[in-house]
Design a binder for this molecule. Structure first.
Ligand code: SF4
Length: 317
């Protein structure tokens, strides 16, 4: 029996509130960009209904992400309703809209962390990978978060465009007051899959990058600043999930629930099914052969990850 069999609810929900975004990053795994809102995204009343269910099921930890969660009109209602119920939160943002007023309001939430992407050490490189974005604004958002006592994580997605600046981004993350620097191999999902030939770092670049991460992680006191880069690849993550299926549900903007980020399969629809039912279905699939075989296939052939956003119901397999 695995951990999930002992739990009456997931330990963690990763909730993509929207696919809309104010940037159009070349490496985006959710294919977000301006105008990319899904037609069937959960409305405000539907999102708040889901919030109520999350509270009743006593899910302890929820991540709000997107797209860009801060452009969702009911973002604050969702975050504050969860927060007032004592649910720990993580918020993932590109930081373009996060000023002192936003940081101050966020600081009143039970935030385990705020994660901001810094995919370059210079405006030129950052802007090339994150068209429409400003590194200056992302840095200002990091400073505002730290000023208001919010635990800050920085994430870095390595590509052929920015990997040469990774060492400087680590320094900047530390100087900005982050407690963690997250990275790993580029995921061949979504926009990144379409741009793969332009973005995928070479083997030699990856080798130097891994050596850098290992060397730099030895430099810091982990209690003060840690570098997290395991599992490094999608395959490593799936291998881990096969050993111990994660107690995590990934909720798409339309309320569908994915079995894993790198797999295209959906095991429920929270518009139609309640959270308890979806959790049961999720566990049943991870305990059965279908998902284990699909995951093994995606470990053997990384090119399959490119289909991760072609969502299809597991019930049809
Ligand atoms: S990577 Fe983040 S900021 Fe960039 S387009 Fe995707 S959701 Fe938006």
């Amino acid at each position: 029996m695995s951990l999930i069999d002992h739990l009456r609810a997931p330990l963690f929900l990763s909730w993509q509130l929207t696919r809309e975004c104010d940037l159009c990053c070349l490496h985006c795994c959710t294919e977000s960009a301006p105008g990319k809102r899904l037609s069937g995204e959960l409305s405000r009343p539907e999102a708040l209904e889901l919030v109520a269910e999350i509270i009743v099921r006593e899910v302890p930890y929820v991540m709000l992400c997107g797209g860009e969660p801060l452009i969702v009109p009911h973002f604050w209602e969702v975050a504050e309703s969860l927060g007032h119920a004592g649910i720990q939160l993580k918020i993932e943002t590109n930081g373009q809209r996060l000023d002192d007023a936003v940081a101050e309001r966020m600081s009143r939430l039970p935030l385990r962390s705020l994660q901001i992407s810094l995919d370059g050490a210079t405006e030129e490189v950052y802007g090339r990978q994150r068209p429409g974005g400003s590194l200056g604004k992302a840095h200002a958002a990091c400073r505002a978060a730290v000023r208001f006592g919010i635990p800050l994580e920085v994430t870095f997605a390595p590509t052929r465009l920015n990997i040469h600046e990774s060492d400087r981004v680590i320094d900047q993350a530390f100087e900005l007051g982050a407690f963690r620097f997250n990275s790993g191999g580029l995921m061949r999902i979504g926009t990144a899959a379409r741009m793969w030939d332009k973005l995928e770092p070479t083997e030699a670049q990856y080798q130097r990058f891994r050596e850098l991460l290992e060397r730099r992680s030895r430099e810091f006191d982990r209690k003060q600043f840690e570098l997290c880069f395991e599992p490094f690849s999608v395959q490593d993550g799936l291998r881990q999930s096969l050993g111990q299926p994660p107690a995590t549900l990934l909720i798409l903007p339309n309320g569908w629930v994915k079995i894993a980020a790198a797999l295209p399969y959906v095991c429920g629809d929270l518009r139609r099914d309640n959270l308890a039912t979806v959790w049961d279905v999720y566990r049943r699939f991870w305990n059965g052969d279908i998902v284990r075989n699909i995951a093994a296939g995606a470990i053997a052939d990384a090119s399959l990850h490119a289909r991760a956003n072609d969502w299809q119901s597991l019930m049809a397999t």
